[in-house]
Design a protein around this ligand. Structure first.
Ligand code: SAM
Ligand code: SF4
Length: 328
């Protein structure tokens, strides 16, 4: 059982650790076209990332997700993964990636002990894929998905699709067919208004309810009571193992069951993705002060807000921090 509990009685057992704010893509909903990245000396070294992980695991965290930016632009990520995987008390080490470098890294990550990989895939059409990611190459990502399946097995791979009205929403049935053909799970995510990239969050918002209506025209979906410990609600298709999840921060607020904290590549601890509150861990990390680090984390858990402040009715995002900074 987790030793960490917030002031609303929620048990905190899950850390999302961002290892970089950089990325080889510039997804419209996540980044501006011309991004200002952190100076390198402000980014946690891999040893500091490991110390963050060690401290959280010592406090009772049992699941860690490595994320970014794009975690695989960070050299030596398998080294970090292997060290974190050895931590006593850690139940699961998982990764979220855009898939562009999995051909090179899937096997070393499997060897390092990564349990599962989530791969973002918003379109199966190379032009739409590029329109969304600005710089992404769909062929590389598809090869990366194949490499991840070969390295970890299809049951350990999940696809993540951010739903975008009039951009990719018509592709959702095809993305489900793709998941079925590859025997991998897939989650559809409602877009969250984060950062000021000039992107029209309001106009391109597509709800889980609309997606379900669309998918039910193509598949016989049955609701599933499964719970992965995250915010998704699941459905299955008769005769298939593939699980279809919906992550719906707007239409089905999941804050009451939130179990996670986020640490950025600069050592900022965000108790909530949809709030500006932050605790800076960097000074305690740089001065090698483990007691101060533990105390800051415990205090931040206590101060975790009750819910997010996303508001699609506003003309511009209320949270001006980009997703790539907080780590998705
Ligand atoms: N670069 C990796 C990737 O794309 O999978 C990991 C980091 S990315 C920030 C993590 C996840 O956040 C991705 O699945 C991405 O699609 C999602 N994401 C980014 N911005 C989002 C937004 N504004 N609303 C909802 N999901 C978002
Ligand atoms: Fe990069 Fe992931 Fe953000 Fe896309 S969603 S820009 S791949 S960090």
């Amino acid at each position: 059982m987790s030793a960490l509990q917030d002031n609303f009685g929620r048990k905190i057992n899950y850390l999302r650790l961002s290892v970089t704010d950089r990325c080889d893509f510039r997804c419209t909903y996540c980044m501006a076209e011309k991004m200002q990245f952190l100076p390198r000396n402000e980014i946690l070294s891999l040893e500091e990332c490991l110390r963050v992980a060690q401290t959280f695991v010592a406090l009772g965290i049992n699941k860690i997700r490595l994320t970014g930016g794009e975690p695989l632009v960070r050299k030596d990520l398998p080294w970090l993964a292997a060290r974190i995987r050895e931590l006593a008390g850690l139940r699961e080490l998982v990764l979220t990636t855009n898939g562009s470098r999995l051909v090179q890294f899937a096997q070393p990550l499997a060897q390092a002990g990564i349990d599962r990989i989530n791969i973002s895939l918003d379109s199966l059409n190379p032009e739409i894929f590029q329109r969304i990611t600005r710089t992404g190459d769909l062929h590389k990502v598809r090869a990366g998905i194949d490499a991840a399946i070969a390295a970890l097995g299809s049951a350990q791979i999940k696809l993540n699709t951010v739903m975008l009205r009039d951009i990719n929403h018509h592709e959702l049935p095809d993305l489900v067919s793709f998941a079925l053909a590859h025997q991998v799970n897939i989650s559809f995510i409602e877009q969250m208004p984060l950062g000021e990239s000039g992107h029209d969050y309001h106009g391109s918002y597509y709800s889980s309810a609309d997606a379900l209506t669309l998918l039910k025209q193509h598949y016989e979906l049955i609701p599933s009571v499964e719970n992965s410990g995250g915010p998704a609600r699941y459905w299955r298709i008769v005769g298939h193992n593939t699980r279809i999840g919906f992550i719906s921060p707007h239409s089905q607020n999941f804050c009451a069951n939130c179990n996670r904290m986020r640490v950025t590549a600069r050592g900022e601890l965000f108790p909530c993705l949809g709030n500006e509150g932050m605790v800076d861990l960097l000074p305690a990390l740089r001065t090698h002060n483990p007691a101060a680090l533990q105390q800051l984390i415990t205090q931040a858990v206590g101060d975790k807000p009750l819910g997010h402040e996303f508001d699609l009715t506003q003309g511009k995002p209320r949270i001006v921090r980009f997703m790539s900074r907080t780590g998705g």
